[in-house]
Design a protein around this ligand. Structure first.
Ligand code: NAD
Length: 485
């Protein structure tokens, strides 16, 4: 085992959980055992809430300009330890080192945004009647929780950590049991940056811990990122317990390719979008709709896909179960009459025979009824459908229950605008395969890709992590109209 057994992190210290139950943490790159992760119990959540509650009293009263100083230092520490964090991220998730470097760079950008929060939460003040002022302030909620998935072990935690904490909350994070290592390193960096003990806590585990978070009366808000199935469970359970909740779910992102698209650029974007992070991105292109004759572009997409080599510029998928599930989707599409143009099944990487790799896969002549067209595959697979018109393409895109992202490849600005207006997704790309909004713009999908109001990052997250206090004041006894007293 490469690393010592993982522990929870409560009140500024790594501590043993209250149970002895653990799970193995296996590297998808080569199947090696990295560590074990504790399956904590509800009591551990209770301990974390106590620690966070105690820390909240002082942290929430610390002026925001002082709070963000921690994140200026944290940003520098992320830069200092970028290489180490990126290696850890690759080991536990299976993505390539280059993809992990990009992930840590994104953590730095997210932190940079948090340091700008004092400029964005100034509140409002107005003299509403002579001598009478109304004023609003963004007030922290208290103890908040963040439940995160396996596909971005460092970035998704950093969607929530810097903003929620800079805004004055104390946090408990529940990492994915599949990738629990990065969060421990983030805790060390936050401590080194000067974050007071108890403001940030980690409780590892699975379903029991998620349920304990949703049920605990001391937790005010729950943010969740993961599959739609679990997003629905978490959103329902947390709101039933009268908590504020924002639950981001899965995705099935459609790229619409028009005949006037620039072939080389389009092919590169499609191939990179479907295969980056082994297709395990909630913003990955998963379905492509060719409108009219785009055969030459499809040929180029296959050329690009063949340049993607597992174990070199393509990482592993998270587990054996995941590899089997992805390969079953491909086989089912083949049985149903689709044509496999590039086949990533039965991929082995020399010297890493226990790694879980799926090669890039391009499936053509997919119909909208096939499961590869409808369901989230979460692997390096693109399913190509064909239509005669843009409206038919939009009808397919609109019919899918998700709504994270959609993209169009065209040189026609009017057509691009037509699609932006009609695609049913929260994040739209024009000639961009992975249309992730960069800070300060916020990240969030629509439909079954997100439950709750507002977005998880950027300016929109301020509303989620704070509540508004409205005060009305009058200091001049002579002034104003006493209309309510
Ligand atoms: P997941 O839903 O299986 O797990 C997410 C978290 O929920 C984990 O911490 C896990 O321990 C916990 N969990 C799992 N099953 C649970 C249950 N039955 N009850 C309570 N908690 C449970 O997701 P994953 O496999 O880790 O991540 C991949 C999914 O996340 C994909 O669907 C992907 O699209 C989605 N995702 C979405 C976004 C977004 O922004 N919309 C971003 C990243 C990932």
């Amino acid at each position: 085992m490469k690393y010592s057994p993982i522990q929870n992190y409560i009140n500024g210290k790594f501590v043993a959980p209250s149970t002895l139950k653990t799970m193995d943490v296996i590297s998808p790159l080569d199947g090696n055992l990295l560590s074990t992760v504790p399956m904590s119990a509800a009591k551990d959540i209770d301990d974390a809430v106590k620690s966070a509650k105690a820390a909240f009293a002082a942290w929430s009263k610390t002026p925001i300009k002082e709070r963000v100083q921690v994140f200026f230092r944290y940003k520098t520490l992320l830069e200092r330890d970028l290489k180490q964090l990126a290696e850890l991220c690759s080991e536990e998730n299976g993505k390539t080192y280059g993809e992990s470097v990009a992930e840590i760079e994104k953590c730095i950008e997210l932190t940079e945004f948090a340091t700008s929060l004092p400029q964005l939460v100034t509140g409002e003040i107005l003299e509403v009647s002579k001598g009478v002022e109304c004023r609003t302030e963004h007030v922290p909620l208290g103890v908040v929780a963040s439940i995160v998935p396996f596909n971005f072990p460092a970035m998704v935690p950093n969607w929530t950590i810097p903003n929620a904490i800079a805004l004055g909350n104390c946090m408990i994070i529940k990492p994915s049991e599949k990738v629990p290592l990065c969060c421990g390193k983030l805790a060390e960096l936050l401590k080194e940056a000067g974050l007071p003990d108890g403001v940030f806590n980690i409780v590892h585990g699975d379903v029991e811990i998620v349920e304990a978070i949703c049920d605990h009366p001391g937790i005010e808000a729950v943010s969740f990122v993961g599959s739609t199935k679990v997003a629905k469970i978490v959103y329902h359970r947390a709101t039933q317990n009268y908590k504020r909740a924002l639950a981001l779910g899965g995705a099935k992102n459609h790229l619409m390719v028009l005949p006037d698209a620039i072939p080389g650029m389009t092919a590169q974007n499609v191939a990179a979008s479907m295969s980056g992070c082994a297709g395990q991105r909630c913003m990955a292109a998963s379905a492509m709709i060719g409108v009219g004759n785009v055969d030459s572009i499809i040929d180029k997409i296959c050329e690009e896909a063949r340049k993607i080599i597992p174990g070199e510029n393509l990482g592993a998928v998270i587990s054996k179960e995941s590899k089997d599930r992805i390969e079953q989707y491909i086989s089912e599409a083949e049985r149903d009459g689709a044509k496999i143009l590039v086949d990533g099944r039965n991929t082995k990487v020399k010297g890493k025979e226990n790694g879980t790799y799926v090669g890039p896969t391009v499936i053509d002549y997919v119909t909208p009824q096939m499961s590869v067209a409808k369901e989230e595959i979460f692997g390096p697979v693109i399913s190509i459908m064909r239509t005669n018109t843009v409206d038919e393409a939009l009808a397919i895109e609109n019919a899918n229950p998700y709504g994270n992202a959609a993209s169009v490849f065209t040189q026609n600005g009017g057509m691009a605008r037509y699609i932006i207006d009609r695609a049913s997704a929260g994040m739209i790309g024009v000639n961009v395969g992975v249309p992730v909004p960069r800070e300060p713009f916020s990240f969030g999908g629509w439909n079954e890709s997100k439950f709750g109001v507002g977005d998880i990052t950027g300016k929109s997250s301020i509303e989620f992590w704070t509540k508004l206090k409205k005060s009305t004041t009058k200091w001049n006894a002579e002034a104003g109209v006493n209309w309510m007293s």
